[in-house]
Design a binder for this molecule. Structure first.
Ligand code: SF4
Length: 429
């Protein structure tokens, strides 16, 4: 573990994370450079894909996937997102349009460097409106501006009272679109689906998810061997590397270090310093990753995030195309971000119990409607039903104009006091 102490109490910056997590700082530039080089090799094809779609559908065709949301996170973390967002706004994209989208528009047009979140031009783009309609409009806009083909999956939403027979019809509908996508690939890119290769890709993806699930199991330990400062970076291999060996290797190394920690009873924070275990709902503020390190100064550590967990769900072994497509369709249809409120509350209760959560942070994200919806109801239910303190705060994932430094500091300090009182009350009851 790397620990760097650069200052004093409430504002001091202490960086605590696993050594293996730091490998991400080399893995991302390696990947993006490969994408850039592929641009100049005619037979190498790449595609942009949105987060609700299984990237294995591209790896199975030997298409190099790029994930604009991921590149946007890099721009946020490198603190160049504001400049890109303002550029997009100068073109007419309004203030409350998704800040990832505006970052992508700016990054692509301005041809910023890979290190800062720059992204290569794809041969085509593929998207779906599963999580949000912005994905479709965003990719439609960029496909037009870049003059490349687009494929859009139409994934029906499961809501309260969707019957089992309707769910089955939805699933058949999604599977029929995957077959249609295979035709699109042949017509547009000239590549036929190879069942053997697709099955191999799915098996690699299953191995990666298994590792991720194991890592999450270990997060239940007290003290936790994995904090949010670690899992933040894991978004990249979770969304882009399922299906290839490189991702498996990354998570094998991470798991090994986590197991070593657990064997020694070590945590990201020493046991006596881990006072409050938190759940974080929403997308992090990429330009303010320091926020998570500062929480640790108060003995508060994030031990569960639906955001990172949802990208590596467990999946069954499949040995034929038909079963594999059913698994793909399920993944496209069942995403925590589109759970209805009652399912979401049940999900939260389960996590709070199993991960021994003391408090919940809810990020009401100004430019991401799916991340805002239901936050107030969630807050009320968690507080009322479980007696767990909740801090609901309004910011934005990539637009630093939405982050009020002093106000956030004050709110964190008050929340820590509430956590302390609530924990003592629960321990004494
Ligand atoms: S609005 Fe939210 S869910 Fe939609 S693309 Fe932007 S960040 Fe993703």
């Amino acid at each position: 573990m790397n620990t760097t102490n650069t200052s004093t109490p409430s504002t001091r910056k202490i960086v605590r994370m696993l050594k293996s997590s730091k490998k991400i700082s080399k893995l991302i530039p390696w990947y993006m450079l490969k994408a850039k080089i592929n641009e100049y090799i005619p037979w190498k094809k790449s595609a942009w894909i949105t987060s609700s779609l299984p990237v294995e559908l591209l790896w199975g065709f030997d298409i190099f996937p790029l994930h604009p949301e991921n590149n946007a996170c890099v721009s946020g973390a490198r603190k160049v997102s504001l400049d890109l967002i303002e550029y997009a706004e100068s073109l007419g994209f309004c203030r409350d349009v998704c800040s990832y989208m505006k970052t992508n528009v700016g990054a692509y047009d301005k041809k910023i460097s890979i290190k800062m979140g720059g992204i290569a031009k794809p041969d085509f783009v593929v998207t779906a409106g599963t999580i949000c309609d912005t994905h479709v409009k965003w990719f439609q806009t960029q496909a037009r501006r870049m003059n490349v083909p687009i494929y859009v999956f139409d994934v029906p939403h499961i809501v309260n009272h969707t019957s089992e027979s309707t769910k089955k019809r939805y699933k058949d509908y999604v599977i029929s679109q995957i077959y249609d996508f295979f035709d699109f690939m042949e017509d547009t890119i000239g590549k036929k689906m190879n069942e053997k290769k697709m099955l191999k890709t799915w098996e690699n993806s299953r191995s990666l998810s298994d590792l991720w699930q194991k890592i999450y199991e270990y997060r239940k330990k007290i003290p936790t061997p994995v904090g949010y400062a670690d899992t933040l970076g894991d978004i990249f291999p979770l969304v882009l590397l399922p299906g290839i060996k490189k991702g498996i290797k990354y998570f094998e190394d991470l798991l090994k270090e986590v197991e070593d920690y657990v064997a020694l009873g070590k945590g990201i924070l020493p046991k006596e310093e881990e006072k409050y275990r938190l759940m974080f709902e929403g997308i992090p503020m990429w330009y303010r990753i320091k926020f998570f390190h500062q929480l640790m100064n108060y003995g508060a550590i994030v031990t569960y995030e639906p955001y990172t967990f949802s990208f590596g769900p467990s999946r069954p072994y499949v040995d034929n195309l038909e079963d594999g497509l059913k698994v793909m369709a399920d993944r496209m249809m069942y995403q925590p971000y589109i759970y209805n409120l009652s399912d979401r509350i049940a999900y939260f209760k389960d996590i709070i119990e199993n991960y021994q959560i003391d408090g919940v942070l809810l990020h009401e994200n100004m430019s991401c409607r799916p991340s805002c919806t239901g936050m107030y109801d969630l807050k009320q239910k968690i507080q009322q039903d479980l007696g767990i303190p909740v801090l609901l705060f309004t910011c934005d994932m990539n637009d630093p104009r939405a982050y009020a430094e002093e106000q956030m500091q004050t709110r964190i300090e008050s929340f820590i006091e509430v956590l302390e009182q609530s924990k003592s009350k629960r321990l004494n009851s």
